[in-house]
Design a protein around this ligand. Structure first.
Ligand code: HEC
Ligand code: HEC
Length: 290
């Protein structure tokens, strides 16, 4: 098979554009390794610069398309300033990136490569950072890095299992771990809260609300796909998920305090919060993922 591809490439059977794109990618990668990797190597301990997985994610979320992405990275790397920097924590810990006098034409190629590359999640980097912040007693930063590690690096066996009120497996028709399956579980947990309210069973309310607040995360591949398409709107998508998370926590707390009035008020706000995300994102996300 490999031979056939090699032969077809030699015969010029690959389209000119595909050929140009793969050459640009390889050139950008080589330039990246020569100029940037000495600091942006996620395996270095202590870290000398933020991992490219993180840089790519933050810049994709701050730009609408590849052209803007390349422009923004190039502007920063050829003349780094605090004002341009969007990674606030690395700037605080390491100081702003030094001006290395890079050629703009080189950085443009590197930036295009950074946009298209699939970087692995920097698991060792997050683990080291979590351990270090814990030892230093900086618990907020510790939790932030540990959460990322748990979400993207630990195997599902290590993950705490969320207790759900809705029956698992019976009505979930979507592929396990998909966003759709997570949503089907949310639908069941939401219905379970309603039913428990009507039965005035506040313990059951607390369990179902907990299941909503700590719903499973979609796979890394799904997240990257969403991020790659939603780009700067990913922040809004995440904010809508956070809103539901906080309302579910409020419901759990009120249920544990036997405060039915608050439970009912928050449950109705939560339905609005679920629907707000569906109105803005559902059909688009379906077209991205299906
Ligand atoms: C001498 C070490 C070093 C080298 C070499 C280096 N960087 Fe950095 N870079 C850093 C540090 C430290 C930060 C974190 C502080 C910051 O964000 O400014 C950083 C941050 C960044 C950021 C995020 C800036 C932001 O918005 O906060 C980008 C983009 C970046 N580097 C691109 C590059 C590219 C492209 C190259 C190669 C052409 C490169 N860097 C080479 C040290 C380096
Ligand atoms: C951050 C955005 C967001 C929030 C918040 C959200 N949803 Fe969804 N929901 C979606 C998306 C996107 C889909 C489409 C998923 C798909 O088909 O892949 C969906 C689909 C669904 C479905 C249909 C699943 C199916 O079988 O097609 C149900 C049920 C659902 N959500 C329930 C809920 C409930 C209940 C809440 C609140 C507790 C909620 N959702 C909050 C984004 C969201």
């Amino acid at each position: 098979m490999k031979k056939i591809i090699m032969i077809s490439m030699a015969l010029g059977l690959m389209s000119n554009q595909a050929q140009a794109e793969s050459t640009d990618f390889e050139a950008g990668k080589a330039l990246f390794q020569q100029n940037c990797f000495m600091c942006h190597n996620a395996e270095l301990e202590p870290a000398q610069a933020p991992p490219m997985f993180v840089v790519q994610m933050k810049y994709k979320m701050a730009t609408a398309d590849k052209t803007e992405f390349v422009k923004k990275i190039t502007s920063f790397a050829t003349n780094p300033t605090v004002e341009k920097a969007i990674l606030k924590e690395p700037v605080k810990v390491l100081g702003v990136m030094p001006n290395m006098g890079f050629e703009e034409s080189d950085v443009r190629k590197i930036a295009a490569y950074i946009h298209d590359e699939t970087f692995s999640p920097p698991c060792n980097h997050w683990k080291h950072a979590a351990d270090r912040f814990k030892a230093e007693g900086k618990m907020k930063l510790y939790q932030k890095h540990q959460k990322k590690y748990d979400a993207m690096c630990s195997t599902s066996v290590d993950k705490p299992k969320v207790k759900h009120a809705g029956m698992r497996n019976t009505s979930i028709t979507a592929e396990e771990g998909s966003l759709k399956a997570i949503m089907q579980q949310l639908g069941m947990d939401y219905a379970a809260v309603d039913e428990a309210i009507l039965k005035e069973d506040l313990d059951a309310v607390a369990v179902a609300a907990h299941g909503i607040a700590f719903h499973d995360e979609p796979s890394l591949g799904t997240k990257m796909k969403l991020m790659g398409s939603l780009r700067s709107e990913m922040k809004g998508f995440k904010a809508k998920d956070e809103k539901v998370h906080h309302l579910a926590l409020d419901i759990e707390k009120a249920a544990k305090a036997n405060d039915m009035k608050t439970v009912i008020a928050k449950q109705s706000q939560m339905l609005s919060a679920c629907m707000a995300c569906h109105t803005s994102f559902r059909s688009r996300v379906i077209s991205i993922l299906h």
